[in-house]
Write a protein that binds this ligand. Structure first.
Ligand SMILES: O=C(O)CCC(=O)C(=O)O
Ligand SMILES: [Fe+2]
Length: 374
């Protein structure tokens, strides 16, 4: 098969751009006093969602979108990675299951993945400490030495309820922590988590490449932790409005995403046109196919839309690891049956998303790279 990741795109020096999702907070709030700057509690951890979304929330009231009404709960296909260490027959069967789930669901969960429990727990406790800091401190990235734009909250310009995101995150480029000499327990635990999860990610990506008959070895070689991202999500409880999105529907800009969530629940994915709620399993890692794998596999593996629904009483935490190549890596679709997408570099893909988010308010994604049909 002729699919490959080419790497000879010329280096163009572009200014370091960031897609900060930080919103301008309106300075007046009619519930208080018109034209007065809003004074948020200095110590509140929650971003000012109510203020930022005020107009939209007032306009739609507490209407419920149909898509939020009945959502069935399911268990994702479960893969026991121990099978990969047993005999040839077990290994083969396990690889088949991984490929099947990636084609039919775009999602699966793995147990016995080899990421030590204490590494997960330490990272989670540091994540909770970080994200429960006062909003103003998080916004100022105080003492964190992370790139501008790493702290994100909400949706920049939502036009409908479905586009609201009642959540905040540190979206960390791993070069930021792996290159840093400054060490503290937050960085140390993020690093340990990222390095352990990266191994699982690369192993799964290689299996998927092998199962589609593609070139193998490239993920191990090219998707090093430094080109990957770690996103620490916090979803504050949302008691005031029912049926609010914690994270708006999206697909991931990665080859693969590995997610560890707590046991609150709220993650949903689109399957056969219906939203399905994922039953949480804190011992498992959730894996989903990202846009780059969908393009590289020429639509064999599915980058599926997913979202998170806010919980009215409980806050929720999750950590997502995005397996990504360096920006100059060119993704060329497998040729079988004719390539569906034109070749593009990862940098070009990210840039297009930034442009779309700024100009039309949301990511368009792979559709922008479709080749004309004959
Ligand atoms: O928190 C979750 O369950 C999903 C997070 C997610 O989809 C993301 O960070 O891209
Ligand atoms: Fe996602």
């Amino acid at each position: 098969m002729q699919n490959q990741i080419l790497v000879q795109e010329p280096q163009t020096k572009s200014p370091k751009t960031t897609t900060s999702a930080t919103m301008l907070v309106p300075v007046c709030n009619s519930e208080r006093c018109a034209n007065q700057p809003v004074r948020m509690s200095e110590s509140s951890a929650d971003p000012p969602f109510k203020i930022a979304y005020k107009n939209l929330l007032e306009k739609v009231g507490d209407t419920v979108q149909n898509s939020m009404l009945v959502v069935e709960e399911c268990e994702l296909p479960l893969i026991d990675m121990k099978q990969l260490e047993l005999g040839e027959a077990e290994r083969k069967a396990c690889k088949k299951l991984i490929a099947q789930a990636s084609q039919q669901w775009g999602f699966f969960q793995v147990i016995n993945h080899g990421v030590p429990v204490d590494v997960v727990e330490k990272m989670r406790s540091e994540q909770m400490k970080l994200l429960r800091k006062p909003f103003q401190e998080k916004k100022a990235l105080k003492d964190l030495n992370l790139s501008a734009g790493s702290y994100r909250w909400g949706t920049p310009s939502p036009t409908c309820l479905e586009q609201l995101s009642w959540s905040e995150a540190f979206h960390v480029q791993l070069t930021d922590i792996l290159d840093s000499l400054a060490q503290n327990s937050l960085r140390w635990s993020m690093e340990q988590f990222a390095l352990a999860v990266c191994e699982v990610a690369k192993e799964l990506a290689e299996i998927l490449a092998e199962e589609m008959g593609g070139e193998t070895g490239i993920f191990k070689e090219r998707c090093l932790p430094k080109s990957c991202y770690l996103r620490l999500n916090r979803y504050p409880a949302c008691p005031t409005y029912s049926h609010i999105m914690g994270l708006m529907p999206h697909t991931d800009t990665s080859f693969l995403t590995l997610l560890h969530q707590d046991n609150v629940g709220g993650l949903q994915l689109l399957k056969d046109g219906k939203w399905i709620a994922v039953k949480p399993n804190p011992h498992a890692l959730i894996i989903n196919i990202g846009d780059l794998f969908q393009a590289w596999s020429n639509n064999l593996y599915k980058s599926v839309e997913h979202r998170v629904v806010a919980n009215p009483v409980k806050e929720r935490f999750s950590a997502a690891y995005f397996l990504c190549p360096p920006r100059d890596t060119v993704i060329q679709s497998a040729q079988i049956g004719g390539a569906v997408y034109r070749s593009f570099s990862f940098g070009e893909y990210k840039k297009q998303i930034e442009v779309d988010v700024q100009s039309i308010g949301h990511k368009v994604g792979l559709q922008r790279f479709l080749l004309p049909t004959q």
